[in-house]
Design a protein around this ligand. Structure first.
Ligand code: MF3
Ligand code: CO
Length: 248
């Protein structure tokens, strides 16, 4: 069941989204060779709580941290820990926060120091795929068209789309209907309506699309060990067009 949000709820989601964006601004500025992923996590949790928010992921199905920090071949759900980030790594930082009962969800993949041209191209194109999909989040559009836009953009560039995980509706719950895949058939699926709020989150691989979950039960990696990038925004469909809620 798709839950449309009223104006008040959209305003509250904008505040939750703003908190997520500010948290990402803070931790992304900390990313440099030598820092650990748990340094980033501690800073994020502290910042969210001081702002009166709740780190939504912490405790969700037993997840132990505020952020997901996914390095290189890790696709999503990397658990922050003592791992030291090294020059040339990329790290996907996924942050979800609840403020006044409503949720914002966003991800940025950051370079650690100087990265290869190929890695930079992967990041740039994953972000571009997200922005193109966001532009389709308009009343009357079909979800399949939005989903397909991601696959159609990255496939000719030589990348693959992760199919094992997808975006989602978001609101009072982190995961609401509808699912928002990163591939699809244009013209199919639910029609987007004003008041719909979705997390759009392309996960794009340099090698094969297939993934597996590590023994910790969370961390998703590419089966071929090739890098993966992830960008995400929470977006509201409105009569005035798409509104990105997870901006500072
Ligand atoms: N941003 C992620 C998502 O969209 C966060 C889930 S991590 C979890 O699903 F630990 F909370 F599951
Ligand atoms: Co999400």
């Amino acid at each position: 069941m798709i839950i449309l949000k009223n104006k008040q709820e959209l305003e509250a989601m904008r505040e939750a989204g703003r908190l997520v964006a500010r948290t990402l601004d803070l931790v992304c500025a900390m990313v440099q060779p030598g820092i650990t992923t748990q340094d980033l996590d501690r800073a994020a949790e502290d910042f969210i709580r001081k702002a009166g928010g709740i780190p939504t992921c912490k405790g969700y199905c037993g997840y132990p941290a505020t952020l997901c920090t996914s390095v290189n071949e890790e696709v999503v759900h990397g658990i922050p820990g003592p791992r030291i980030l090294r020059e040339g790594d990329i790290v996907g930082i996924d942050c979800v926060a609840t403020l006044d009962g409503l949720i914002g969800d966003a991800t940025r993949t950051m370079p650690v120091g100087k990265i290869s041209a190929g890695m930079q191209r992967l990041l740039d194109n994953t972000k571009a795929a997200l922005n193109r999909a966001i532009d389709l989040a308009r009343p009357g559009e079909k979800l399949g068209t939005l989903s397909n836009s991601i696959e159609a953009f990255v496939t000719p560039l030589g990348y693959t789309v992760v199919r094992d995980y997808c975006g989602h509706g978001v609101g009072k719950q982190m995961h609401e209907d509808p699912q928002v895949p990163n591939h699809g058939i244009p013209g199919r699926g639910p029609t987007l309506r004003a008041g719909l709020t979705i997390a759009i989150e392309p996960m794009i691989n340099m090698g094969v699309a297939e993934t597996k979950v590590l023994g910790n039960g969370w961390t998703v990696v590419t089966v071929d060990g090739m890098p993966s990038a992830h960008f995400e925004h929470t977006v509201a469909v409105t009569d005035d067009g798409p509104v990105i809620l997870t901006l500072p």
